[in-house]
Design a protein around this ligand. Structure first.
Ligand SMILES: Cc1cc2nc3c(=O)[nH]c(=O)nc-3n(C[C@H](O)[C@H](O)[C@H](O)COP(=O)(O)OP(=O)(O)OC[C@H]3O[C@@H](n4cnc5c(N)ncnc54)[C@H](O)[C@@H]3O)c2cc1C
Length: 441
């Protein structure tokens, strides 16, 4: 489900766009105007990094063939429009899994590379780009360039996390990881406050493949930052679930006329969510589709956020000041009248990203999802940015549609190197209002 399809049903940030196929784009090479294009995958980024309102989008999902898969080594080559779900469907019966998976399998490989996406195992395996062996890039001058850490290495690094600006990714070669089972054994641990979380998380990261936590953003006083931590590993081969579980497809047909996600309902929901988990640790085995991609079974889930839609603020900041920074971010959202529907806290590990502008970096990452309330939400997002920048952190461009050029500059000081390698044909709304605004001075 593309966010565009949703926006076009009356969402304010949506607008009709021109769209062509990768083949049509290639046919136009030789007569391409500057900044007139942008590749797009499944359109699942929340921000304006996948929009070029004064240009034309290249719809990469149309090129979606798996070109090769070696079930001995787990090396897979595919066109950029293949989804992560397509890869899992092919690889899971051979006991291979994506080494990094975001919380939806509907994204394309091109989109996963261009935003260098991360999963719950960043502490051990880094981000998506760390598992890309090589890719082919079509530049608007007509060259097809093979890029890898050894060949055209600078362009490779600029393309990982490069937000589609270095050219059209045609195909990607990935190394998948061997697993005993795609399903997971999950340890669920309740924590009473942020101090307990920070005590738990390091050990959980040393012992488990995946670690993530939900935090009750509305809890105050000595309960500030209480929540639930999940630490998981792939289950052993004796796991009783079928490889590809059947999923019941649910649907949210329209946006509710009243705001269901307000601080009263969310306080009650958070209380229930916290109390549902008894103190101590419980262990269960969970189907991989439920564990990794819970929203993929619900069509139009983002309609629950109301007519203005969902706003996401994700940041990463150094471990040294993470307890204070996390508390400040949670408190600021509360004080400014926003209740988050989903709040995720995660430790990012030390694996060096392969992208020039990759967002994941060592530290802690907090993701706040809330309903967009217009002007007051923009003020809140700006206030959150200031806290993150002051803490020496970065704001994710993936969900962003309004970060200031200064906040972008502080988050991604290497942007000039990407600008130097940008394909002149490509631009996005995001790049215009951040990097190009900075360049114009
Ligand atoms: C429910 C949900 C959960 C999510 N969970 C996570 C998560 O856990 N971790 C995480 O990191 N992200 C997460 N995301 C964000 C998502 O993984 C990224 O936004 C991803 O980039 C979307 O891929 P897409 O195919 O939809 O790309 P789009 O949104 O269409 O585009 C994203 C970027 O990729 C570029 N691009 C796409 N295809 C190509 C191509 N062939 N060549 C060059 N550039 C290309 C576009 O220009 C754009 O800059 C989540 C999103 C949703 C909706």
């Amino acid at each position: 489900m593309s966010m565009d399809e949703f926006e076009n049903e009356g969402q304010p940030r949506g607008s009709p766009r021109r769209i062509i196929s990768p083949d049509d784009y290639e046919d136009r090479i030789g007569s391409i105007e500057p900044m007139a294009f942008l590749p797009v995958g499944s359109g699942l980024s929340y921000g304006d990094g996948r929009r070029n309102d004064s240009g034309t989008l290249i719809e990469c999902g149309r090129h979606n063939r798996i070109l090769a898969f070696d079930p001995g080594t787990g090396i897979l080559t595919c066109e950029a429009g293949v989804t992560l779900g397509d890869i899992l469907a092919r690889a899971v019966p051979h006991r291979f899994f994506l080494p990094v998976t975001p919380a939806t399998a509907l994204v394309t490989v091109g989109g996963a590379v261009a935003n260098d996406v991360h999963g719950g195992n960043h502490h051990g395996r880094g981000s998506f780009g760390n598992h890309v062996r090589r890719l082919t890039l079509l530049r608007s001058a007509g060259e097809r360039m093979v890029c890898s850490p050894e060949e055209n290495a600078e362009l490779f690094a600029a393309t990982i996390g490069g937000m589609g600006l270095t050219g059209l990714i045609l195909d990607v070669e990935l190394r998948l990881m061997k697993v005993p089972s795609p399903h997971v054994q999950r340890h669920t641990i309740r924590f009473e406050n942020l101090d307990q979380y920070f005590t738990l998380v390091d050990r959980a990261g040393e012992e488990h493949e995946y670690v993530a936590a939900w935090v009750d953003q509305l809890a105050t006083g000595r309960r500030t930052g209480r929540g639930v931590l999940w630490a998981a590993d792939h289950a052993d081969g004796a796991c009783e679930f079928p490889d590809i579980p059947k999923r019941l497809k649910l649907s949210v047909p329209f946006s509710p006329p009243v705001n269901l996600l307000n601080s009263v309902t969310l306080r009650a929901w958070n209380e229930y969510r916290f109390r549902k988990q008894s103190p101590g640790e419980t262990v269960s085995t969970v189907k991989w589709t439920t564990y990794f991609h819970p929203l993929d079974g619900i069509n139009g889930w983002n309609r629950l956020y109301g007519r203005r839609g969902l706003c996401q603020h994700q940041s990463v900041y150094p471990a040294a000041n993470a307890p204070e920074t996390t508390a400040r971010l949670l408190e600021t959202a509360r004080r400014m009248g926003h209740a988050t529907v989903q709040t995720r806290l995660q430790r990012f590990g030390d694996v060096a990203a392969s992208g020039l502008l990759s967002f994941p970096r060592p530290g802690f990452s907090l993701t706040l999802d809330f309903a967009d309330h217009g002007e007051t939400t923009i003020k809140l997002l700006d206030a959150l940015d200031r806290i993150v920048v002051e803490a020496g952190g970065a704001i994710s461009p993936c969900g962003d549609f309004r970060m200031s050029p200064e906040a972008f500059d502080a988050s991604f000081p290497s942007w000039r190197r990407l600008e130097a390698l940008r394909d002149p044909a490509m631009a996005s709304n995001f790049w215009r209002r951040t990097a190009l605004a900075l360049r114009a001075g």
